[in-house]
Design a protein around this ligand. Structure first.
Ligand code: FES
Length: 586
């Protein structure tokens, strides 16, 4: 474009809301805003020719604290190559990056902050499409939430899973084996020196946890929902295919900018249903449900938990990955990745859903490679687990619902009544769980309060309550445990999670006392506190809420506590969710 004649005509022509002309800063003179913007962006060394191209933003989530995103710089280079080969101008920009182990009090506490940051950077800076690079557990949910709210054409790329490591001849990886080895240490089966040795082998390469934890689950659900190019979920972080996928995503971003393929055209109730179907079939992390509920909420779509449970009853677990099965993500990739999984489930998927590839899900599957013999994705007639990995529970203890990942739990505890052993908070749990005098037996029910969205705060992954040391030392591997917390997707156990409403928000969980009887009936989908209504009313009358969190009077913590909603709404901030428009999924 010729700048001199351009400034006076530009705001009147069709391209006024494209490229550098998009979202001009308000000075009351749009031509001056464009003039000023060009002056500053030229300090980056761009030519007029470059600045007249479609602009593709690239969300750079590299952080020295985020090992799961170690490869982001090389992914950016590959994405840029794809953008430029397709005739666009790539411009990277930083956003918050969150790693599970470097986020206090929890990574979930900052997920919504990252979604706000990403949304505003995508909306506030001139870009015709954006490539979002996520990976670690909370980053992909935050980016999808942002994409839904910004509704700018977007392609999701993930960093990809780590390769497995090896310890004394045994294959292992983060973080199912982290928990297994820690359990062995607690039970006195390995010493401290071996624990140190193992810690150097659990995360042997860059990338995300290589079991079917939350990162892998979100990657698989995102591909199934159509926001990622086919094949992108399972390619290892260090594979050259990962870079080719990134290059293709960059090129595709240029195309979706021209096509105006915005996320609202992809993220439909039917597409969310596909994502939930995959969550169930892969034995995915329970966190996938919370995160996708938040993404759906950003689209004005409500998630019907009872419908999800019905879907679970007709969806077997097909993917044999830890923690529900045996294999790791690199094995799933060798077995054909999500194409193999979705092909097996084809008759249960909404094949007409449009994807970011520009084709429907069915067309993507038709274009996939011819299947080959493999042992990671089971056929429908020989599943790992006969019905969906996640069951939705209701009862007087969880009027707003609770969930259990039955595919990663001891079958004999799925119908169980036991005596409650109550911990009032995470601190109380840490102080007493290994007390030799703790009154606890293997058939008791461990109950943790005040670990929900507001109670902890940040709904930590503390639902994986450790087996009391004195029982672990006797060989107890699993017990019925329950809380309003979340659980890592890499964990195993008979663990009821996301009890809603949470105890710190007036939920009945806050009324449970030591010695109460609690009944779990997974086949009947019930979770009941066996205490009569008169006694519960008495306890409610005497209830004292937990003390206020330190620092709750200001800052992000105040915003969080004032506005965070419950697990059944995705633990989003109420003002970020879009008004429900009557659409429901699945
Ligand atoms: Fe990042 Fe597991 S810690 S994916």
């Amino acid at each position: 474009m010729d700048d001199k004649q351009g400034y006076r005509t530009i705001m009147a022509d069709d391209s006024k809301n494209k490229g550098m002309r998009k979202g001009l800063t308000s000075y009351g003179d749009a031509d001056f805003s464009l003039f000023l913007r060009k002056a500053f962006i030229k300090a980056m060394g761009y030519s007029d020719d470059a600045l007249d191209r479609p602009i593709i933003g690239i969300a750079n989530t590299f952080s020295g604290y985020n090992a799961c995103h170690r490869t982001v710089p090389e992914l950016i280079e590959a994405i840029k190559r794809g953008v430029m080969l397709a005739g666009g101008l790539p411009i990277e920009f930083p956003t918050i990056s969150i790693h599970e182990s470097f986020a206090y009090p929890t990574s979930m506490f900052t997920r919504n902050l990252m979604s706000m940051d990403t949304e505003e950077m995508v909306k506030g800076q001139p870009m015709d499409a954006v490539v979002l690079i996520g990976g670690c557990d909370k980053t992909v949910p935050a980016q999808l939430m942002a994409a839904a709210s910004a509704n700018v054409p977007a392609v999701q790329v993930v960093t990809g899973p780590m390769m497995t490591g090896s310890h004394r001849g045994e294959r292992l990886g983060a973080c199912t084996d982290c928990r297994r080895y820690w359990g062995m240490f607690r039970a006195g089966e390995i010493d401290e020196a071996e624990t140190e040795e193992v810690s150097g082998r659990l995360a042997p390469t860059a990338g995300t946890c290589m079991v079917m934890g939350t990162a892998s689950t979100m990657a698989c659900m995102t591909e199934a929902m159509g926001m990622m190019l086919p094949g992108g979920a399972a390619i290892p972080a260090v594979a050259s295919d990962r870079l080719r996928h990134a290059e293709a995503s960059g090129a595709r971003a240029v195309a979706i900018a021209a096509e105006g393929l915005t996320p609202d055209k992809i993220m439909t109730p039917e597409a969310f249903a596909n994502a939930f179907r995959i969550l169930l079939a892969i034995g995915g992390s329970t966190n996938g449900l919370v995160h996708m509920t938040a993404v759906a909420g950003r689209c004005g779509i409500k998630v019907d938990l009872e419908a999800l449970d019905r879907m679970g009853q007709e969806t077997p677990v097909l993917v044999d990955l830890k923690p529900s099965g045996q294999h790791y993500m690199e094995d799933l990739e060798k077995a054909g990745g999500m194409t193999t999984v979705m092909r097996e489930l084809r008759h249960l998927l909404n094949l007409d859903c449009l994807t970011v590839s520009g084709r429907t899900l069915g067309e993507n599957l038709d274009a996939g490679a011819t299947p080959w013999p493999q042992e990671v994705v089971r056929p429908m007639n020989n599943p790992i687990f006969p019905s969906g990995g996640i069951a939705v529970l209701r009862g007087n203890l969880a009027p707003g619902g609770a969930i259990i990942k039955q595919s990663a739990a001891s079958a004999e505890l799925m119908s169980h009544t036991g005596r409650a052993v109550v911990f009032e908070s995470l601190e109380d749990l840490a102080n007493r769980i290994d007390d030799p005098d703790l009154d606890v037996a293997a058939d008791d029910v461990l109950v943790l309060k005040n670990s929900g969205p507001k109670g902890a705060p940040g709904m930590p992954e503390s639902g994986y309550i450790p087996i009391p040391r004195k029982l672990a030392e006797k060989g107890v591997k699993d017990m019925l445990r329950m809380s309003d917390a979340r659980m890592s997707g890499t964990a195993f156990g008979a663990i009821v999670l996301h009890i809603t409403p949470e105890s710190a928000d007036g939920g009945p969980l806050g009324l449970v006392e030591n010695g109460d009887r609690i009944m779990l009936d997974v086949p009947g989908r019930r979770l009941e506190l066996l205490v009569d209504d008169v006694e519960l009313a008495r306890r409610r009358g005497n209830y004292t809420p937990p003390p206020a969190h330190e620092g709750a009077e200001r800052g992000y913590l105040k915003l969080y506590l004032d506005t965070v909603n419950q697990a059944d709404e995705g633990v989003d901030f109420d003002f970020l969710a879009k008004c429900p428009d009557g659409r429901v999924t699945p």
